[in-house]
Design a protein around this ligand. Structure first.
Ligand code: G6P
Length: 362
C-alpha cells in the first residue's frame, strides 16, 4: 500500500524519521534564511515577540520537552522571561500573568485538544498567541494569531523524533532573531551552528551499530532505566525517558543529577541501567561523580558526552556542537536506544499500545 512506498527501504517510520533529522535541519535553514543570510521571519511574528514582556510556552508530551529547551534559549539569548507549562495542567495552576504575555503553543500535529483548550481560554482573555507546528492549516495554527512552521515533513511514527529537533531548531532561530532585533550582541550564528548540528546528527545516525549494542546490553531484559543529567541535559533526559516508555514499555525516568541523593538513588540495584547525558562543560564533573555513585551501588552505566574518557563503563561520544544546541545531538542516540530496545523486546515500534499520534480529546 501507499504507506509501504513512503517508508521506502526502512522497516519502520520511526527509524526513517530519525535518519531524516539532518535533512530537516538543512530544510529549516533554507526556509528561515533570507538572501543576506539573515533570519527570515514575518514582521508580525517579530513584533508579537518584541512586544511581550513574558512568554508562556504551552505544550504536551515531546513538544513540552522541546519547550523546556526553548525556554533556556529564549531567556539566555533574547532575555525575555519564559515559562513552560503542560497544557492539561495550565488551567489548574494558572500562573499570575504578566502585563503583556505572549503564548507560544508548540504542537507537532497542531491538533492536541489539551493545548487547544488553553488557546481558547487565553484568547477569551484577549492575549496574543503564536503556534509552532508541523502542520500548516492545523487547528492550533488557524486559531492562533501567528504560526511558525517546522518544515519537518509528515511524522508518522507515534513516538515523535524529527518534530522535537525541528521545534528546538525553530525556537533557536526565534530566540536569535529576537535578540538581534532588540540589539543584543550574540556570539552565535544560528544558520552556521545548525549546519554543524546537521553534520553531527549525520555522524550519529551512521553509528547505529554502537547504539544498538548498548540497547541490547542494557535494555533487552530490564524493567527500568534511569536517565540523569543537569541543566539542559536534564531536559533531554526527560525526553529520552519518554521515548523509551512510549515504545519499549520500560519504566523509565529522567532525573536531575543533583536530586539523585534526595531519593532516586534508593532505586539503584545490581544491574539497573543508568544513562547519563553530560554535554555541558560546567556540569560534566558533577554528572560523572553521580555516575560513580550509582555504579558503586551496582548500576550499569553509560555516559553520553562530547568528551571521550578512559574511565570504566560504556560511552557514546557526541560530535561537538554549540552548547545551546547540544539537545539536538544528544537526543539522537536516545531515540535510537529507544528504537532498538523496542525492537529487541518485540514491541510494535510505530504503533505502541494505548497511544495515539495526536490526541484530540481532553
Ligand atoms: C501525543 C503523542 C506524543 C506527542 C503529544 C503532543 O501524546 O503520542 O508523541 O508528543 O501527543 O502532540 P503534539 O502534536 O501536540 O506535538
Amino acid at each position: 500500500d501507499a504507506s509501504d512506498i513512503e517508508k521506502g527501504t526502512y522497516p519502520h517510520y520511526m527509524l526513517k524519521e530519525i535518519d531524516e533529522q539532518p535533512a530537516v535541519m538543512r530544510k529549516i535553514i533554507m526556509e528561515y534564511q533570507d538572501a543576506n543570510d539573515n533570519i527570515k521571519l514575518d514582521e508580525d511574528v517579530r513584533s508579537a515577540v518584541q512586544n511581550s514582556d513574558r512568554i508562556y510556552i504551552i505544550a504536551c508530551g515531546t513538544s513540552y520537552h522541546a519547550g523546556l529547551v526553548g525556554k533556556q534559549m529564549i531567556e539566555k539569548m533574547a532575555k525575555i522571561p519564559t515559562e513552560v507549562h503542560i497544557a492539561s495542567e495550565f488551567s489548574y495552576n494558572m500562573p499570575l500573568l504578566s502585563e503583556k504575555p505572549l503564548f507560544i503553543f508548540i504542537s507537532q500535529s497542531g491538533e492536541t485538544a489539551d493545548s487547544r483548550a488553553v488557546l481558547v481560554h487565553i484568547k477569551k482573555l484577549g492575549h496574543r498567541s503564536l503556534t509552532i507546528t508541523n502542520v500548516a492549516g492545523s487547528t492550533l495554527s488557524r486559531e492562533a494569531d501567528h504560526t511558525l512552521l517546522l518544515h519537518a515533513g509528515p511524522e508518522i511514527a507515534v513516538a515523535s523524533t524529527k518534530a522535537y529537533t525541528a521545534q528546538i531548531a525553530v525556537l533557536a532561530l526565534l530566540a536569535v532573531d529576537t535578540a538581534k532585533v532588540k540589539g543584543i550582541k550574540l556570539d552565535f550564528n544560528p544558520i552556521q551552528e545548525l549546519g554543524i548540528v546537521a553534520n553531527a546528527m549525520e555522524a550519529l545516525v551512521d553509528q547505529k551499530d554502537i547504539i544498538e549494542k548498548i540497547a541490547r546490553d542494557y535494555l533487552s531484559v530490564t524493567r527500568s532505566c534511569f536517565f540523569i543529567g543537569r541543566g539542559i541535559d536534564y531536559y533531554v533526559c526527560q525526553e529520552a525517558a519518554l521515548k523509551l516508555k512510549e515504545i519499549s514499555y520500560i519504566q523509565a525516568e529522567g532525573f536531575a543529577g543533583g536530586e539523585l541523593k534526595h531519593g532516586t538513588i534508593a532505586l539503584i540495584e545490581e544491574g539497573t541501567p543508568v544513562i547519563a547525558i553530560a554535554t555541558q562543560a560546567h556540569v560534566n564533573g558533577s554528572i560523572r561523580s553521580n555516575v560513580k555513585e550509582t555504579v558503586a551501588r551496582g548500576a550499569h552505566a553509560c555516559i553520553v558526552s562530547m568528551e571521550s574518557t578512559s574511565e570504566t563503563g560504556d560511552q557514546i561520544v557526541l560530535p561537538e556542537v554549540h552548547e545551546y544546541l547540544t539537545p539536538l545531538v544528544s537526543v539522537v542516540p536516545m531515540q535510537l536506544l529507544a528504537y532498538y530496545a523496542a525492537l529487541h523486546r518485540d514491541c510494535d515500534v510505530d504503533k505502541p499500545r494505548n497511544l495515539a499520534k495526536s490526541v484530540t480529546v481532553e
